[in-house]
Design a protein around this ligand. Sequence first.
Ligand SMILES: *Cc1c(COP(=O)(O)O)cnc(C)c1O
Length: 389
Amino acid sequence: MKKRIYLSPPHMSGGEKKYIMEAFETNWIAPLGPNVDAFEKEIANYVGVNEAVALSSGTAAIHLALILLGVEKGDKVFCSSLTFVASANPILYQEAEPVFIDSEPDTWNMSPDALKRALQDAVIEGKLPKAVIVVNLYGQSAKMDEIVALCHEYGVPIIEDAAESLGANYKGQLSGTFGEFGVFSFNGNKIITTSGGGMLVTNNEVAAKKARFLATQARDQAQHYQHSIRGYNYRLSNILAGIGRGQLEVLEDRVNTRRAIFNRYYEELADIPGIHFMPELQRTRSNRWLTALTIDERVLGVSVQSVLQNMADENIEARPVWKPLHMQPLFEGSQYYPHHEGNIVSEKLFYTGICLPSGSNLTQSDQMRVIECIKNTLKLTVKTESNMF
Ligand SMILES: *Cc1c(COP(=O)(O)O)cnc(C)c1O
């Protein structure tokens, strides 16, 4: 069996160990401590916000953002449909009602047209959403100008789910800073990782203080253990924050490497009719967390399924694009707004999309194995020459 090629494995720099050792030497083996404080400051400085709160996961960060925006039972929350379930699970934790918004083709992210119709209907119903969760898929920012303008017009706060897009930017502004709250994840597969962890970012200092309070069991100011409201155990360990500090130091390098990996896939495969890469919106810079492309079976005569199967046979981990949440059994019966009537973009992407191994530690020869596997599947073993132009 050939060596396994993973989709997006962790990539340590070595610099993490210094911070972990410090935690051991000073016995800060706790969900608070100097690495947590420093990691929060470093992330806040990096993205350019007042406050960052280190948490046990990105999911926890979304959950706290919803609580801080007052989302309660029966409230509506709009959410991108084409995303990982973690974007929407916290809506269920609050017993609120998700309304899913389709993608548009330019960024594969939330369609401003669909969002607009959903907001107009919400006004007619007399029940605006308490929040809009906008996801930046695979490191590409959504159409933030349009989305921010719409949410502003209707007075609905944004939670930017930037779990996949740390280090990306939109017209010069870093991902995660467009909403009331931004969310990052440091899960093992993300562009930088603490094995597991997350960060809630905001310019609202009062909200950040409340997030820290809620994340530590909502313990009131008192000598004894006193609690007035429901709390959570959501803080990040001081050891894991140490890993995060080491990882943040190499973030720019990781973005550049993932972009170079994308470029190599693009050079090798983009000329093949029927293959289309996930676009990068003008004046935005994706972190290219995962290289994603679509396969047009009618043109290529090869299905997504067979490409994925051949990859699996070669011990290469590739995945379909996220299954839209409005198609998930978990969310059956939820409201859903397509990009345009009769044009459901996220479903098309799901049926035709593939994510390729994109780890920043992917070697060039391993990447060539992936590329050869795709070309073999497409029976294009002969190298495509530039005379295709
Ligand atoms: C990874 C991810 C999350 C959740 O982050 P965790 O740290 O795993 O809880 C949320 N949203 C998206 C889009 C993600 O990819």
